[in-house]
Design a protein around this ligand. Structure first.
Ligand SMILES: C[C@](O)(CO)[C@H](O)COP(=O)(O)OP(=O)(O)OC[C@H]1O[C@@H](n2ccc(N)nc2=O)[C@H](O)[C@@H]1O
Ligand SMILES: Nc1ncnc2c1ncn2[C@@H]1O[C@H](COP(=O)(O)OP(=O)(O)OP(=O)(O)O)[C@@H](O)[C@H]1O
Length: 254
C-alpha cells in the first residue's frame, strides 16, 4: 500500500495561553497542501522494519513517528509486523507538519491494511496521542483549529484558484523551543471570524502568525523571505506554524 502524506500550512496562528500541562492553547486555520508530500509504503512482512530515504530525519529510527503510530495501534490490535518505507521530501523543522502527516497516514494505512474498521473519530483520538498536528491529517480538510491545535471546526475555505508557493530557508526550528519564546495573549479578533469576513486581499493587515514576532528577530532571513513573496506579487504571505518555512498565496497566471 502506497500513501502520500502531504504538508499543511497555518493561515494565522494565535498562541492564546499556556496550559497547566506545559502545552499552549492556539487558534489557527490549518490548510492542506497536496502538492508537497512524502511517499509512504506499508507492506506486511516477517518482522517490524522501518527504512527511510530522501531528507535525513534527525533522531533515532525507533523514535520515528511512523513506528510510534504502528506501536500505538499494536497495543490495542493484534496486527502482524510490517515494513514501512518512507521517502522524506517535506522539510523538517519547517512548520509544515511533515512528521505529523507521516504518523497520521501510517494510522490510516494500517487501518486499511488490517481492516480494523476504525472511524475517523477513533483515528483522530489515536493521532492526538502522537502529536498536536497529527489529528488534522486524518480528515486533511481546511479547519479552524483550537485548544492544543488538535481539535477542529470545519470551515469553508477554497484557495484552488490561487497558487501556494512554499520556500524553506534551510533553518531547522524545533517546535518546543519556538513555543518557549512566545508570550501568549488573547487575540483582539478570532482568526475564524476574520477569514470569514475579510477577502484574501485584506488578510495582510489582519491575519498574523504570533511566532513571527519571536522568530524573525533571530532569523532575519525568514522575514526577508516573506518580504520577497510580497515583492513577487503574493496576495498574502506568512511563516507557517513555528517556522521556518514561508508561503505565499499568488493569483494563478493562466
Ligand atoms: C506549531 C504547530 O505546527 C502549529 O500547527 C503545532 O502547534 C506544533 O505541533 P506538533 O509539532 O505536533 O507539536 P507536538 O509534537 O505536539 O509538541 C512538541 C512540543 O511543542 C510544544 N507545544 C506543542 C503544541 C502546543 N499546542 N503547545 C506547545 O507548547 C510543547 O513544548 C511540545 O512538547
Ligand atoms: N517521519 C518523520 N518526519 C520528520 N520528523 C520526524 C519524523 N518522525 C520523527 N520525527 C522527529 O520530529 C522532529 C521534527 O519535528 P518538528 O516539530 O521540530 O518539525 P516540523 O517537521 O516542522 O513539524 P511541525 O510542523 O509539526 O512543527 C524531527 O527532528 C525528528 O526528530
Amino acid at each position: 500500500m502506497v500513501l502520500f502524506p502531504n504538508a499543511k500550512i497555518n493561515i494565522g496562528l494565535n498562541v492564546t495561553e499556556k496550559r497547566n500541562d506545559g502545552f499552549h492553547n492556539i487558534e489557527s486555520i490549518f490548510y492542506p497542501v497536496f502538492e508537497l508530500y512524502d511517499v509512504l509504503e506499508i507492506v506486511k512482512c516477517e518482522e517490524l522494519k522501518f527504512t527511510s530515504t530522501g531528507i535525513e530525519i534527525p533522531g533515532s529510527k525507533k523514535d520515528n513517528l511512523c513506528l510510534k503510530a504502528y506501536q500505538l495501534l499494536k497495543q490495542d490490535f493484534n496486527i502482524s509486523p510490517v515494513h514501512i518505507y518512507l521517502l522524506k521530501v517535506i522539510p523538517i523543522g519547517a512548520g509544515l507538519g511533515g512528521g505529523s502527516a507521516d504518523a497520521a497516514f501510517t494510522l490510516k494505512g494500517l487501518n486499511d491494511l488490517f481492516d480494523l474498521k476504525l472511524t475517523d473519530e477513533q483515528l483522530i483520538s489515536y493521532a492526538q496521542k502522537l502529536g498536536s498536528d497529527c489529528a488534522f491529517f486524518i480528515k486533511n480538510k481546511p479547519v479552524f483549529a483550537f485548544n492544543k491545535g488538535d481539535e477542529f471546526k470545519d470551515i469553508e475555505l477554497d484557495l484552488l484558484t490561487f497558487e501556494i508557493k512554499i520556500e524553506y530557508p534551510n533553518i531547522h526550528i524545533g517546535t518546543a523551543e519556538a513555543y518557549a519564546g512566545i508570550h501568549p495573549k488573547e487575540p483582539v479578533k478570532n482568526i475564524k471570524s476574520l477569514i470569514a469576513v475579510a477577502p484574501i486581499e485584506n488578510w495582510k493587515e489582519t491575519i498574523k502568525n504570533d511566532f513571527e514576532e519571536s522568530i524573525f528577530p533571530n532569523h532575519p532571513e525568514i522575514k526577508e523571505l516573506k518580504e520577497k513573496m510580497y515583492k513577487n506579487g503574493a496576495v498574502y504571505a506568512s511563516m507557517t506554524g513555528s517556522g521556518s518555512a514561508v508561503y505565499g498565496v499568488f493569483e494563478r497566471s493562466e
